[in-house]
Design a protein around this ligand. Sequence first.
Ligand code: BGC
Length: 811
Amino acid sequence: MKYGYFDDAAREYVITRPDTPYPWINYLGEEDFFSLMSNTSGGYSFYKDARMLRLTRYRYNNVPTDAGGKYYYINENGDLWTPGWMPVKADLEKYECRHGLGYTVITGKRNGLLCEQTALVPLGYTAEVTRVKFRNETDKKKEFTFFSFVEFCLWNALDDMTNFQRNFSIGEVEVIGTTIYHKTEYRERRNHYAVFSVNANIDGFDTDRETFIGLYNGFDDPDVPKAGKSRNSIASGWAPIGSHSIKVKLEPGEEKSFIFVLGYCENPEDQKWECPGVINKAPAQKLLAAFRTDEQFEAAMQAMHAYFEEQLSNYQAKTPDEKMNRMVNTWNQYQCTVTYHMSRSASYFESGIGRGMGFRDSTQDLLGFVHIIPELARERILDIAATQMEDGSAYHQYQPLTKKGNNDIGSGFNDDPLWLIFGVAAYIKETGDESILDEMVAYDCDASKAKPLSDHLIRSFHHVTDNLGPHGLPLIGRADWNDCLNLNCFSKTPGESFQTTANFESGVAESVFIAGMFVAVGEDYQQLCKMRGLDDEAAFADVECKKMYDTVMKDGWDGKWFLRAYDAFGNKIGSHENRDGQIFIEPQGFCVMAGIGIKEGRAKEALDSVRDLLDTPYGVSLLWPTYKEYHVELGEITSYPPSYKENGGIFCHNNPWITIAETMIGRGDRALSTYQHICPAYTEDISERHRTEPYVYPQMIASVDAPRQGEAKNSWLTGTASWTLYSVTQYILGIRPQYNGLMIDPCISDKWDGFTITRKFRGDTFHITVTNPDHVMKGVKSITVDGKAIEGNVLPVYGDGKEHNVQAVMG
Ligand code: BGC
């Protein structure tokens, strides 16, 4: 069952009923200010860091779900309603939510009064701007009052929801004209405040939640909107809010609009005050002056459209598969911009408090983002590398505001360092900008320890070779990609974190996954070394990679698939000898991606085992059979009920590894079906089962042992976004940046006649037509560029900034 449809031309997902199977959200903000906005107007805003500088409140896991947001209550002759349906839930004559790229339009209609609320975070501003437009669609005059509403967060989101003995006394606001200033803690150590304002005369305001809502009411039943009159309350401690009321008269057919600005303003330390006790309002005035008129608002919307058209124009595909087109051309790329900004910090499943930016997560996110805005990818790489430690290991995450590593989720995840090589290689292949290798980058955020980025890569690589176990495979440390395979943890205490508790370093537990990854990045690493004249290091890497290849073939192979790991006692994990957890997806994907076992026929065997043992109609499960009991020697993975999360759920993140692996052995049909199974545009048809947004990937889908198989969770912030985009654009459609040009190496269904791609690459624009006259799955027999044949399948870098027509013939 569907709850809406894709409007491909507008690049919008249109939700046609408000009671979606879960709140379906959008992200507003492309720079420093961000809002999460649901299809019923729920959500919250923050500046840069969802934990440290949160502007408005949101209560996770609330009853009812998704209560709290930016609301516009309409009172027409005592009839109270909200255009987004929530929170009042009055019946609507019309409801529609259009989630677009960087904006959301929610339209509701009742009693013939149409209200359209359009929200965006305009480029260049630190504010969410909402235009609320009314139209009288009846043939009678209308008179009504409407009330805006936001609830301020006292900045630090964790403190805000825990430290009530202090917080109930510190809230401070100021109201001047139509502008409400939220200035809690400005008098002491903060140099920032929030504003909430409207571009029209108001009939009243409120800033005290208890006065506005009533102590024993909910958002659905607020006193002031119900009574139809503001009380001009000034918050003093407790819970500051922002609300305006405006009386509106509309002739039949008449329209009126109002522009609301919720903004973040900051002053330099020495310019905090206009005069003693009076906050410096200059930044607020400047911000509000930019959104006084409809023309200004329209211009901001146009700029947003143009911005995304430009970003997306770097890769556009026309294939025989309409659903693939809409994902590749719009939604998958869009999700990648969001994961770039958010990492795993703030979604409807990530509270914005628990996790900052992940070292591993953010480097992987680059794969799907680097072609969109390479300069930002560059900046991100340098920020991440600066949190690396001198021994090559890494903080697992860092705070976006301070850019400092934090140990909340520990360190010692032994795959982390290798992802840096992966990210840097992707960046240089996209841009050709080798100079990044020479950038001086701190260790542990200490500038006095800065070394060129190339040195960071060397330490990353050596972190593996310095930490090998008894079989010569990499030691796993606290965990590898699978945060929940904790082989040195042995936790028996309830509530203890599996990621930060390490009872001992066995020096024995080894990861075949890291081994595969090591070989997979090995070739890039050698190339990067050679770029900097480090030939001896490249030669060393070559030897080490070959050794690792052989080690995996010898001690990482189980007969029909690759083993997963050795535990702290040297026992096999992911072997047919085990009762549960006989086969894991990760090493099958990464070892084949590394090319291990392709020539020996083992890659095919491993992928056949994946097909036979892990495939489900909803995607490929992480492992099989699921663990039924807790295993202290395996850790968190066995703490989940069967078929959820890492215990054999369909962990979408690594499905694209299988897609890529399948393309490596030329099975385009398998690659395509793996791609399609988890693709949201395909699961749209079963939204009632799948539950999360049909336009973005979730992290996890419950697999076959779960009572709710096919049900997704953790949408938006997942490495799935970048990996699927990478797999479909670079391996299925096969347009793959190389150090020396753009490779054309598709692996598609043999039923396809071909497809076309427009790809901007290092300043040139390639219009690529791939034809498939022999109906093969893989192989390119000829390529012409602007009518001239070229050797091989790598388009050279012309660097002339021109358009080039490319004809590639498969066969
Ligand atoms: C984490 C990833 C990890 C994955 C598998 C995600 O929640 O963000 O870093 O690789 O889980 O455990």
